[in-house]
Write a new protein. Structure first.
Length: 206
């Protein structure tokens, strides 16, 4: 017997429950909500998702998501182009931007080194990072990576990779609790961690 009484509803719940943090109960609640809405509301939602998936781009300079070849941050002449903040993904760009404590540019790695999941250095946006250091007038690289074993491993790898260049390599202070992802850190704590950043070598002695 079909517990949903409708295969169409069951299919919608199945697809919605594939989203992160959405269980079957929440998926059912969302599906039933959409059924109560005007058809146009559901069509707008579906259209926005399809349009996002088909048309969204990755900035050619920093790899952040963008509507154009270069994102709004990279195109902003008021940003400090000498300071580069290296983050795991777009969620971290949004988290740092929400602190209003950073005015430089970003470099999105697209992940962190995680051997358990088969993610190595070659899977990250590191070649382009080195290229930016060579061609842009960058004086400081801030490593704003998760306070996890994988984040620390990635940070150390990047530190060694960039050590031959004449630039300051820093990391956000440990105001961010160990094990935390940046996106789940409150804005005040993350902002202070950026302002109170440490030289990478010093952070590794603690």
């Amino acid at each position: 017997m079909n517990e949903y009484s409708s295969k169409l509803l069951e299919s919608a719940v199945k697809e919605l429950s594939r989203l992160p943090g959405i269980g079957k109960r929440t998926a059912l609640r969302l599906a039933l909500h959409l059924l109560r809405e005007d058809t146009s509301a559901t069509q707008h939602l579906a259209g926005a998702l399809v349009k996002m998936r088909e048309e969204i781009m990755f900035c050619k300079r920093c790899n952040n998501i963008s509507d154009t070849e270069y994102c709004e941050i990279c195109n902003n002449p008021k940003r400090d182009e000498k300071t580069l903040c290296v983050v795991e993904d777009t969620r971290d760009v949004l988290a740092v931007e929400n602190t209003s404590q950073f005015s430089g540019l970003y470099h999105v790695l697209g992940g962190i080194i995680n051997p358990m999941e088969g993610i190595g250095p070659n899977d990250l946006n590191l070649t382009h990072l080195v290229g930016r250091i060579r061609t842009e007038d960058i004086k400081e690289v801030i490593l704003a990576l998760p306070a996890t074993v994988e984040g620390d491993t990635t940070g150390y790898y990047i530190y060694k990779l960039l050590s031959p260049f004449e630039l300051r390599i820093t990391t956000i202070s440990r105001g961010v609790a160990v094990g935390n992802e940046l996106e789940y850190t409150d804005e005040i704590t993350l902002g202070r961690s950026i302002l109170n950043r440490l030289p990478f070598e010093e952070s590794n002695r603690r």
